[in-house]
Design a protein around this ligand. Structure first.
Ligand code: FES
Length: 657
């Protein structure tokens, strides 16, 4: 079938594709990334494009109104090219890198949790997971002509006190030339991968031998593999310092936004291979950027540590996820033996091993183990609730004696999914809203101070809290009558930004359906905390600290979150933020083999609660489907604030009618 040419605007790039190709695939082939939350299933409605020239087939669903269809709007995933054509990618459909690079405008409320590194790692006293040891090997003589390997192991034992050591074939094969090239001085790279599979100390392993002294060039990479973004750090182990940071969207995004759609994709044909390739390509890009920024050569990297949720870890390793997804929810592995990075498709030398943080269960993964490690909560007496909010809300409760965990499926609302004008935290996303209680007029603040294109997760929390505080929204999630509330295609909606001020083609609104989706998401989180607390016989009053993890978490307004019932009504001083604790944990496990062993122990000691058919969880969930909660006495500060604010905005409008 002959190729036909597609031109993408406003980028003005062209791509030749076979007739019948979907516009979504054509755009990806042209390097233009379109939001495709459902992975091209035609259900999310996020991949809208405008065909301005040429003919197409398909792409008309209930997500596109007749009026929009007449203007050329199509769902790119369902619409196929039938002739050479031109299409416009609207701003709201684009997957921007802006959110990765642009600083957010507001500082979070609440404290920043002190990094564990500052609390327990003595400066300069770490024993990293991989060491570079300078050795002076005795040259052979006729009296002592033992093998090069024997002489090398003898030198390592004598000069560095390592009695038992295994040797990688690649290092062994390099010995004769390397020892002579360095005039019997060499640098031995030795990997200590923490605990062995049986729980005891792992056996050190000689992975690389270099001529001369290269101990000063000793670098490792730590990576957080998020479902959405992949973030990396280059660590200089000779100085215990992070010298470069880089991140990018996970290229798996084009096959679905969340772990469920990725697992569905993985089960089709070559899906698993495609997803593994997508994440290793993303990691190769991030590592390439780190190398450029730190002016290093690829061969300078000695080791890589990754932390990711259970599905991301499986997909990176090329492991089958089909049993992760369905009851009784069984991951393929919990503890992953170190694996050669190159064997996974990473563009690194054969001596570089990849260590993946241990996994707890199908939905509590290495990112949470890394987060608990970074927070240090497992070393303290205080009862701490650790919350990582995303599509899956992961919760850990514990102290130095015990740790329990659960994952609750919150749905995509916190990431802008299932929300009419929801979007990721990228440039143009509304992240803060203030509503004037006298006029009911909103003022919106966007990331990057650009024209508003949609609402990100922190913006949704903010707008729901403001609507509640002004009385425009009732605690049952229904709008009061108000000049800014109108009947829309999904029922009643509140106009946040009129089309003349928005950066998209139309008004930006928040609908009752959006609010219902948010209510379910926050209800699932709250029910999760309550179920875990009950499981260990505690109440909210017993909590000494609440740590909010995740890049998104750092931008949540604590008070507003309490107003909506997303967080328990506790003094704001008990909350703290830790940022990307998954990446921090991966870094710590690289810097210190003691902390890597701690990570293994956290993995072994954490008890997982499955909430999927837990009766108590379901009861708590139903009770949480109200703002802030049906048990109002559990939210005294919110009740007090509602009383003081009067919540008169909507009611005034009613009276004036
Ligand atoms: Fe097209 Fe979701 S509707 S990607």
């Amino acid at each position: 079938m002959p190729d036909i040419r597609i031109t993408l605007l406003p980028d003005n790039v062209t791509v030749d594709v076979p007739r019948g190709e979907s516009l979504l695939r054509a755009a990806h082939a042209a390097g233009v990334h379109i939001t495709s939350s459902c992975g091209g299933q035609g259900t999310c409605g996020k991949c809208r494009v405008i065909v301005t020239k040429g003919s197409t087939t398909g792409g008309k669903t209930e997500k596109i109104s007749d009026e929009e269809y007449a203007k050329g709007y199509r769902l790119a995933c369902l619409c196929r090219a039938d002739s050479p054509l031109e299409m416009q990618i609207p701003a709201e459909s684009r997957l921007h890198r802006g959110g990765l690079d642009k600083p957010r405008v507001d500082k979070p409320t609440g404290r920043l949790a002190a990094p564990l590194a500052d609390q327990i790692l003595p400066a300069g006293g770490q024993r990293p997971v991989v060491e570079k040891n300078l050795i002076a090997v005795d040259p052979p003589t006729l009296q002592d002509n033992a093998s090069d390997l024997s002489r090398t192991l003898r030198a390592i034992k004598k000069q560095h006190g390592l009695d038992t050591i295994s040797v990688d074939f690649q290092a062994m094969a390099a010995l004769p030339g390397t020892l002579r090239e360095g005039n019997w001085t060499a640098t031995a790279t030795i990997l200590h991968d923490g605990a062995s599979r049986s729980g005891g100390p792992g056996e050190p392993r000689l992975v690389r031998i270099e001529p001369g002294d290269t101990a000063g060039r000793h670098y490792c990479v730590a990576i957080d593999i998020g479902t959405t973004t992949v973030c990396g750090e280059m660590i200089d182990l000779s100085r215990d310092q992070v010298i470069a940071e880089a991140s990018d969207y996970n290229m798996q995004m084009k096959h679905g936004d969340d772990v469920i759609s990725r697992m569905v994709f993985a089960q089709k044909g070559d899906g698993l291979k495609i997803l593994q390739h997508a994440v290793t390509e993303t990691m190769n890009g991030v590592i390439g950027q780190l190398l450029r920024d730190a002016s290093l050569d690829r061969r300078d990297i000695s080791h890589i540590t990754v932390a990711g949720n259970t599905v991301m870890t499986h997909l990176l390793l090329g492991l089958d996820t089909r049993y992760v997804r369905s009851a009784p929810y069984t991951p393929a592995v919990n503890r992953v033996p170190p694996v050669k990075a190159r064997s996974l498709g990473l563009d690194l030398d054969g001596y570089v091993y990849l260590y993946a943080m241990p996994l707890i269960s199908s939905y509590v993964g290495g990112d949470i183990v890394a987060g608990v490690l970074a927070s240090g909560l497992y070393r303290r007496d205080r009862n701490t609730l650790f919350i990582d909010i995303g599509t899956n809300g992961e919760i850990v409760l514990g102290n130095r004696e015990w740790l329990v965990t659960a994952s609750c499926s919150a749905g995509p609302a916190f990431e802008g999914g299932g929300i009419r004008h929801g979007m990721r935290a990228a440039a143009g996303a509304i992240e803060e809203v203030r509503i004037d209680p006298a006029t009911c007029e909103p003022v919106v603040f966007t990331i990057g101070e650009e024209k508003p294109r949609g609402i990100c997760g922190s913006g949704i929390i903010n707008v729901v809290a403001e609507l509640l505080e002004t009385g425009i929204l009732e605690p049952n999630g229904k709008f009061e009558k108000n000049v800014r509330v109108r009947e829309g295609s999904d029922g009643m909606e509140y106009v946040l930004v009129p089309s003349e001020r928005s950066g998209i083609d139309g008004d930006i609104v928040i609908t009752e359906v959006d609010i219902d989706n948010f209510m379910r998401a926050k209800g699932a989180m709250y029910a999760g905390y309550q179920t875990l607390l009950e499981s260990v016989g505690l109440t909210y009053a017993d909590l000494d600290e609440i740590i909010i993890a995740g890049a998104f978490g750092s931008y949540i307004d604590i008070e507003k979150s309490i107003t909506t019932g997303l967080f328990p009504d506790l003094p704001v001083e008990r909350f703290s933020f830790i940022g990307n604790s998954s990446l921090q944990g991966a870094r710590l496990a690289t810097l210190s083999r003691e902390l890597l062993a701690d990570a293994e122990n956290i993995g072994a000691k954490m008890t997982n609660f499955e909430l999927a058919d837990n009766k108590s969880f379901m009861d708590h969930y139903m009770a949480a489907l109200f703002f802030p909660h049906t048990e109002l006495r559990n939210f005294p500060s919110v009740m007090e604030r509602f009383k003081n604010l009067g919540r008169t905005c909507g009611k005034k409008e009613n009276r004036s009618e």
